[in-house]
Ligand binder design. Structure first.
Ligand code: ARG
Length: 460
């Protein structure tokens, strides 16, 4: 038969393929709480405005409460004929309270309804992500604090460059996550407008109160253009773009853990709880969780791209293409939540092999810049010339197979007579990091100051 919700002018029901391609209930059932909250706010407003009488509104509200209890207990029934969560719920309401159920959809369309539900959902999703990111920041701070003095090689081009501290390195990720949180906060602020009451696309002739529904649903205000209200998915894209960037950071951290866990590096021992063994090579301990975080970032970026491409050619206002907005957001959200949790767990429990890090920092001539800087400072030598002298010292150390701070003074003076034994004070890795006192530098004092400030930012 034809559809009970919109079948008035249709003689025949849909082909089975149509039923299947048309239905969003298999995934948009995830919006059920938001859908019921939106309907309750709407019907309360209709009653207050005298558009629906009080008794009918009460019957509708009670019916919606009962449906919510049913969904909570048994899940949402997936009936492809009923297409989406809005119609599944309305049809159940009609079973429960009869034709009065039909008054709920007065001055409303599924177009503003779904836009409202989805915004509510994204808002909650952002709150959940923010809580996860705060947990990740706390974990980073705790490990950075423990390792504020732990010297490791700092890299550029993945070549040993200058010594840094592990605390400083971890705090770099704290800063990334801080920006991620700010992007999610921006996304939430822009999502905080209520499309309900835009109706199908043009607004409605009923004397509705959009400020009341917006307030009842906890939105800052109603949206200001009915066409934009039902055709806008920026809030979903904002979410996906923020998720993309957050996942990109998680992926870089995961990548570092993967490299650091490799035998040639040996900087970390990943926790058993986040590793797997090999079914054939008994010595193996694979960084699977980190690899999956790296992999998931690719999928999250794919979700962002999918919705961009869905939206980019759509004329105003609603088109059914927009029903495809939800799967990528749901998928990205699930992947992101898992990735944040996995990286937080790894940060909390990873073993840093700080002796090995220090050993490598000491063996890579990583204090060469300190020697050059000393020549500039103490010898008044132009930096370019100091660079050249230092290059010869590095070559001598390499030939002798010793670190820079173990070159005899005679050798150093043979390279440049202006060098004296005060230079040894700057050639150790500890002296090197301690000297990097510029704002944002790796000196343990600077790093600890930033950690203290960050703890305040987090309110801990
Ligand atoms: N299931 C639809 C979606 O998710 C709801 C809106 C349908 N509106 C319409 N005019 N067909 O986008």
């Amino acid at each position: 038969g034809s559809n009970s919700m919109w079948g008035g002018r249709f003689a025949a029901g849909p082909a089975s393929i149509m039923r299947e391609i048309n239905a969003s209930i298999p995934f948009d059932k995830r919006l059920w709480k938001q859908d019921i909250a939106g309907s309750k706010a709407h019907v309360a407003m209709l009653a207050k405005q005298g558009i629906v009488d009080g008794e009918d509104a009460q019957a509708i509200t009670e019916g919606l409460n009962r449906i919510a209890a049913e969904y909570e207990a048994d899940g949402v029934p997936v009936d492809l004929d009923l297409e989406d969560i809005h119609m599944v719920t309305e049809s159940r309401l009609a079973q429960l309270i009869g034709p009065t159920a039909g008054r709920l959809h007065t001055a409303r369309s599924r177009n503003d309804q779904v836009a409202t539900d989805f915004r509510l959902w994204v808002r909650d999703a952002i709150d959940e992500v923010q809580a996860g990111l705060i947990g990740l920041q706390r974990a980073l701070l705790a490990r950075a604090d423990e390792n504020a003095d732990a010297v490791m090689p700092g890299f550029t081009h993945l070549q040993s460059a200058q010594p840094v501290t592990l605390g400083h390195h971890l705090m770099a990720y704290y800063e990334m996550v801080r920006r991620d949180r700010s992007r999610f906060a921006d996304a939430r602020a822009r999502a905080d407008e209520c499309p309900l009451g835009a109706a199908a696309l043009a607004g409605t002739g009923f004397p509705i109160d959009r400020h009341a529904t917006a307030a009842a649903l906890g939105f800052a205000k109603p949206t200001d253009n009915s066409l934009d209200s039902v055709s806008d998915r920026d809030f979903a894209l904002d979410y996906l773009m923020a998720a993309t960037q957050a996942s990109l950071h998680l992926s870089r951290l995961a990548e570092e853990f993967i490299i650091w866990a490799s035998q040639p590096f040996g900087f970390v021992k990943l926790p058993d709880a986040y590793s797997t063994g090999s079914s054939i090579m008994p010595q193996k301990r694979n960084p699977d969780a980190a690899e999956l975080v790296r992999g998931h970032a690719g999928r999250i970026m794919g979700c962002m791209n999918a919705l961009c491409v869905t939206m980019k050619g759509l004329p105003l206002a609603y088109s059914k293409d927009m029903q495809d907005d939800k799967p990528p957001v749901f998928e990205a959200h699930d992947l992101l939540a898992l990735s944040i949790a996995a990286m937080t767990g790894m940060i909390e429990t990873v073993t840093f092999r700080t002796d090995r890090m220090r050993g490598l920092a000491e063996s890579g001539f990583a204090t060469a810049t300190d020697l050059a800087d000393w020549l500039v400072r103490e010898g008044g030598i132009p930096f370019r010339e100091a660079h050249h002298i230092t290059g010869r010292a590095v070559a001598a150390a390499e030939a002798a197979g010793v670190p820079l701070d173990q070159l005899p003074i005679a050798t150093l003076q043979g390279i440049d007579a202006r060098i004296d034994d005060r230079v040894y004070a700057v050639l150790t890795v500890d002296a090197s990091v301690a000297s990097r006192m510029s704002h944002g530098g790796t000196a343990p004092m600077q790093v600890r100051a930033r950690i203290a400030q960050a703890q305040e930012e987090l309110g801990s």
